[in-house]
Ligand binder design. Structure first.
Ligand code: AHR
Length: 539
């Protein structure tokens, strides 16, 4: 058994928890929209054709803001195709994903779905094949109340009130040679700046996201951000980071250290932002919008699955990158959420890519069920319980795991939040073999007691690749984390002792004794809180 002592910094919070850290992404790609969120004729479909079983899971997941409609798709998208009478909308080739796009779901339908699912829309504009004018026209269509050709066209198409979309992405992954209309940093920076200027003239209330690098291994990473920000600082509010991780060649240690990679990536981008703003004397803050992040078995897609896509027939809603996630993937997703929290002073938005079917926490089958992937669970719990302020956790004394990709990394990955009398701890044990006994010092917060503790780990009799499927949707989920002890003997601090299972993501919720009554979701008995043995709240 490994052991480690950790300490929370309760005196200098990192930042308030921003609900926008828990965003997601719906692209017109594969079965994200068609037979994902939208499937007329499905037994749960509402009058507009949206699946209510999927919408229920979206609400349960706790997603705050959803990026739409791409992704690579947006770089060939003509927004005008997706409005007006559905029967008159053109059917188009989507060259980005070698698919047929029927445009049965468009701007109006998605806005209505988002409103009913309780999520904010984050709209991307096409800066691949289109430019300044079309972006400003889409904004006018969406946000101007009435009295102009475009705003009145929206009203004639059924939306009397503006959609009032506040967050706009200036294109997508324009640094990538795979992107339709790929550009150099200078070409994109100029275009993004001019688009931003005109869009702000149309609606000064909007927030704009400049496209950063597609990943930290891009040869242009760093110089891309510097150049793009030199053109756009003062005009944009965020710059994007896209970050996907996968287990390569069975190297689970490096994969489980992905959050260290994300930590470093975010810190490099933050430094570039600071340098560019200082050099240009720009006051306007620029946040980091991690508007695509997840586990994605991309190498497999590029080497195996992409070939038929490029040479085969053009189909509607083909099955694309429907990665089935195991326990290890969920643990990595949990640690990536921790990394986002740790950088909550710089990350202004984050979008788990994607939401349904396409590398998604929610899966659905046409005419069949919808279910939660393993990765659903850490996201749902973090989105729900990370509240108040983010606290730094010192893990510097913990044992390390040697990794090929990131060197020696702490065996434990941690984040914490505090909301008044409530403290929530999020831990990952990266060891695939050893339990980890933690002692966690929480200074300046006395009288804490356990509210609930849960873990996601390898279920008895299964292995770390165990996943949830249409027929076995609850093989992997949250189970009670037993043996948590909270000592609140002193008047100035509390200490939590817990043993984390090997390869696990865990959440421990604490509250000052008077506030330690169990939540509606928890079957726990607060009076027996110091040695938790709680029922599975997923059952
Ligand atoms: O999320 C899948 C794809 O990944 C997106 O379309 C693209 O932006 C990224 O490369």
């Amino acid at each position: 058994m490994l052991t480690a002592s950790l300490r929370l910094n309760t005196r200098t919070p990192v930042a308030p928890v921003n609900p926008r850290l828990f965003g997601s992404f719906v692209e017109h790609m594969g079965r994200a929209v068609y037979t994902g969120i939208f499937e007329p004729g499905h037994e749960t479909a509402d009058a507009a054709g949206f699946r209510s079983d999927v919408a229920d899971l979206v609400r349960e997941l706790g997603v705050s803001i959803v990026r739409y409609p791409g992704g690579n798709f947006v770089s060939g998208f003509k927004w005008e195709d997706s409005v007006g009478p559905v029967d008159e909308r053109p059917v188009r080739l989507d060259a980005a994903w070698h698919s047929i796009e029927t445009n049965r779901v468009g701007i109006h339908e998605f806005a209505a779905w988002a409103a009913s699912a309780g999520v904010e829309v984050m709209q991307a504009v096409n800066l691949g094949t289109r430019g300044v004018a079309e972006a400003a026209e889409l904004l006018e269509y969406c946000n101007i109340p009435r009295g102009t050709a475009l705003s009145d066209a929206r009203r004639a198409n059924g939306a009397d009130e503006p959609f009032d979309i506040r967050v706009w992405c200036l294109g997508n992954e324009m640094d990538g040679p795979w992107q339709i209309g790929h550009k150099t940093a200078d070409e994109y920076g100029r275009l993004a700046a001019e688009t931003a200027r005109l869009m702000r003239f149309v609606d000064p209330r909007i927030e704009l996201v400049a496209a950063g690098s597609s990943n930290a291994d891009m040869p242009t990473f760093g110089s891309w951000e510097r150049t793009v920000l030199t053109h756009t600082a003062g005009l944009v509010d965020h710059i994007s980071v896209h970050a996907y991780y996968e287990e390569l060649d069975g190297d689970a240690e490096s994969f489980l250290a992905s959050a260290v990679g994300l930590d470093r990536y975010l810190e490099e981008v933050a430094q570039i932002i600071d340098e560019v703003r200082a050099e240009a004397g720009i006051e306007r803050p620029i946040g980091i919008s991690v508007d695509e992040w997840n586990v994605w078995y991309q190498t497999r897609f590029n080497e195996v699955d992409k070939e038929p896509l490029l040479t085969g027939e053009w189909n509607e809603a083909p099955r694309l990158i429907e990665d089935e996630y195991g326990v290890t993937d969920a643990v990595v997703v949990g640690s990536l959420l921790n990394s986002l929290l740790r950088h909550g002073d710089r990350v202004s938005m984050a979008n788990l890519a994607q939401l349904v079917n396409v590398i998604a926490p929610i899966r659905s089958e046409p005419g069949g069920p919808a279910w939660r992937q393993t990765t659903f669970h850490p996201f749902e719990r973090t989105a729900r319980f990370a509240r108040g302020e983010i606290l730094a956790v010192d893990v510097s004394g913990a044992p390390v795991v040697e990794t090929q990709k990131y060197g020696a990394v702490p065996v434990v990955d941690a984040a914490a939040t505090r909301d008044g009398d409530e403290v929530v701890l999020f831990f990952v044990n990266r060891s695939t073999t050893d339990e980890l006994a933690l002692s966690v010092d929480i200074p300046d917060v006395a009288g804490l007691a356990l509210v609930d503790a849960e873990t996601l780990t390898v279920p008895e009799g299964l292995d770390r690749h165990a996943s949830n499927t249409a027929t076995e949707p609850a093989r992997v989920g949250l189970v009670p984390l037993a043996g948590v002890e909270v000592s609140s003997g002193t008047e100035v601090s509390s200490t939590v002792s817990v043993t984390l299972p090997a390869l696990s993501w865990s959440i421990i919720r604490l509250a000052a004794t008077s506030a330690a009554a169990p939540s509606a979701s928890s079957p726990s008995d607060a009076s027996d809180a110091t040695t938790s043995s709680l029922g599975d709240t997923r059952a």
